[in-house]
Design a protein around this ligand. Structure first.
Ligand SMILES: [Zn+2]
Length: 214
């Protein structure tokens, strides 16, 4: 559930529209702010409560969450289900939007600039404790380099250089292997301009150790 404060000023405009959407059971689109002047749309979202006292609406990102008991009453499995839904519907789209903005919609390895072919990859996977959906645990990678990174066929050194697994360097195959992978070996990573958006060195080093071990 997301809280959404009433629009300030006279009780009209957006507040009336949200109230009508609740009465009619119509979905709305929530624009989740990810950076100045940048929003990740979350849809469909439903208005499920209108609290006149606190002057806020409650938005459900998934109607299945309404069937769950109140937060304090939830079982472990219900709590994990709710967390997973919110992760998929709210945090992951925001994570992707932030990563794409920071990397100017380019693959950090090959600089491919084609949004449908790019993923917001986790440096440390989201099933791990350190696998937060935060920009310093993210990399913008094209599909092939994302898969190669996850499979330890491609590593990233703590000084942000690309390493290709030695098992691939000696193979002979077509242009994807040659240009797409082998020629990336030693290449400098394309990084966000803002230092605060760049990958966390500790996470990169942790994953690089796994790459070396493989
Ligand atoms: Zn790439």
């Amino acid at each position: 559930m997301l809280r959404y404060h009433y629009q300030s000023g006279p009780a009209g405009g957006k507040n009336v529209k949200l109230r009508r959407a609740m009465e009619l059971g119509l979905p709305v689109i929530r624009f989740h702010k990810v950076a100045p002047n940048a929003y990740a749309p979350i849809y469909p979202v439903y208005v499920v409560a209108d609290d006149v006292q606190s002057r806020e609406f409650t938005l459900a990102v998934d109607l299945s969450l309404q069937a769950l008991p109140a937060i304090a009453m939830r079982s472990e499995i219900e709590r994990r289900y709710a967390e997973r839904v919110v992760m998929q519907r709210v945090h992951q789209p925001a994570f992707r939007a932030r990563v794409m903005l920071a990397y100017e919609t380019r693959c950090a390895v090959c600089v491919l600039k084609k949004a449908p072919l790019l993923d917001a990859a986790h440096i440390i996977g989201d099933s791990d404790d350190m696998g937060d959906a935060i920009i310093t645990n993210g990399l913008s990678l094209c599909k092939i380099h994302h898969a190669a990174y996850d499979q330890n066929l491609l590593g990233i050194t703590p000084d942000f250089r690309v390493k290709i697994n030695s098992s691939l360097l000696d193979e002979i195959d077509g242009p994807m292997l040659r240009h797409g992978l082998q020629e990336m070996n030693g290449r400098e990573l394309w990084l966000p301009k803002a230092a605060s958006d760049r990958p966390d060195i500790q996470r990169i080093a942790f994953r690089y150790d796994q790459f070396l071990a493989s």
